[in-house]
Ligand binder design. Sequence first.
Ligand code: AMP
Length: 306
Amino acid sequence: MSEVLIVGSVALDTVETPFGRVGRALGGAATYAATAASFFTGVRMVGVVGEDFPEEHLDFLRSRGVDLRGLERVPGKTFHWSGRYVGDLSQAETLATDLNVFADFNPTLPEAYRDTEYVFLANIDPELQRNVLRQVRAPRWTACDTMNFWIAGKRAALLELLEQVHLVLLNDAEARQLTGESDLGRAAQQILQGGPQAVVIKKGAHGAALYTEQPGESFPRWFSVPSYPVPVVRDPTGAGDSFAGGLMGYLAATEDLSEPNLRRAVVYGSVLASFNIEDFSLNRQRTLTREEIEERYEGFRRITAF
Ligand code: AMP
């Protein structure tokens, strides 16, 4: 059983969907990922918050066993993101991104974190993601996320980062933007040629696909899972980060990087994402149990068996 290091945004989110609205609720990519991973293994979190960040949010993360030695509290306000979802909830319309203390985020890892073998670099400037990687002594499995903003604005740094990570997670639009390929299989193939051993392409309500390079095979091996049919999708914020956290937590817990185990990790990622979208912020995770996770994992077997 290994631990996971998670680096990224810790936020207060204002979110509106057809099912309601929350103001300055707990959010941030690192928060979602760390919480998801905490259902499988120990998590070390790196991020920054301001003076306004409520102590109760730290208590929640501590209650999940998340190590917060790498979470700095500095003068100023916490990163605030505001977004709205309409229609099929497939895409957020960003209303505001107030970087605040996140603008100067350039993490220095606590000494105790530098031996972590499993690392998830949530969506931040790819130069910062590389900086973090440099501070980890001997990573066994590193994964990164990114977004359209960095693909367009920091392409060279992002491509260098991709040479150094084992897994990249991105959504379908980002995969197309990064490669110029409309076909996702070809996009994945091109990304794999740039360095990583595995690519996960997330397709929102249409599920996710894992592509891995296999010795002697000319096309990447492909594994596809649907999304889990939850009764009501109230707020999709953090689905991708919950997916990544669940996947990384399971990999670190099992320390098995074989292709069959990567498939299982993708299903666990899908399970965590499916719980996350049932409620706003991290509210569903507050009552979630490992038993419910296992039940839904078996549910995935049922909906994909034929
Ligand atoms: P997701 O829905 O998985 O894309 O993640 C949404 C989370 O990412 C929210 O909780 C936001 O606080 C956070 N977020 C939004 N924009 C950014 C950004 N530019 N950089 C880092 N985190 C962000």
